[in-house]
Design a protein around this ligand. Sequence first.
Ligand SMILES: [Zn+2]
Length: 353
Amino acid sequence: MSLVNFPWPGGERRSIPALWLRDNCPCESCRVASTNEHRMLISSVPIDLEPVATTQVGDTVIVDWGDHVSRYSADWMAMIATQVARAHPMPRSWRAGFEPSRVDMAELDDRAATVAFLERFVTDGAAIITNTPTEPGSLVDIIRRWAPTLEVPFALVHDVFVDPAGYNIAHTAEALPPHNDMASRKHPPSGQVLHMLVNDADGGDSIIVDGFAVLAQLDEADLAVLSDVAVGFRQFSDTVETWATEPLVRRRSDGSFVSLRYSNQLLQPLDPANPTTASWYEAYHRLSTAMNDRANQTDFRLDGGDFLMLDAHRVLHGRAEFSPGTGQRHLQDVYFDSDDLRNELARLIGVER
Ligand SMILES: [Zn+2]
């Protein structure tokens, strides 16, 4: 592809692919000015496109493509450079000793306090609002300040208390190893709220794990097999079936992690005749050992009114066993998409239009 030597904001010149340049023409026939959407269709120009002539007038570069003329002002290129560099805050990994940020509900009427709180949620993957209302269902309006709720099979709002008729292990008083919810869906929710309404039972401390920090402790061979081999997860009730076969780990080409799927309770049997099963199990054993290593876990007690938000593709949650005879314990869950919250944060900070 032909490259065009072109001035880039900041002063230096860059070799820019001709198709990129043509695709980013700012004119009104190529863009919808009011929404800054593309109108130009890349397939409407030849793949071996080359400029006929390039001239500069003041701070504007004019490229003549033969059948079209593009004018790239310095202001336009500065906006493009901002878009190219756009990124969400990076995760900050943690292990034992980490304490999720806590903010009082009343402070979140303030925009700056809200921005600071959401930034800590995005970087840490976990944060707690204290002194929230404890009426059942109140979690929905709280999370909807920043992100729509995400409805999944079973229910919009999930009640977690001891229920002999419950459809999963959360409805017992047993300890729950760290997991993320809905591993049995191809797209598990990427955000989860755990809202404690009342916690008068002995035990039952909450446990959270930075799953990406755990994955970073595995070697490349283990990560490769956990990224390649799809395994089944299932959760069901009398009226609902959920089942998906997906790999535990998703990574980008630069090796950074997209998501971890981990649920000891919902894992389905792998085919023992498959030659990858043995190596998968060794990698899974090392992952599970690290996941349940106290050095990777942080724990704390959620009291009534505590509202724990998790970046659920990254941070896993569990709980210690509790004594149901000693008092009531009632938690509600609702899901959301962490992307929506990240982007609401970006909007609150101020996104360039
Ligand atoms: Zn144009």
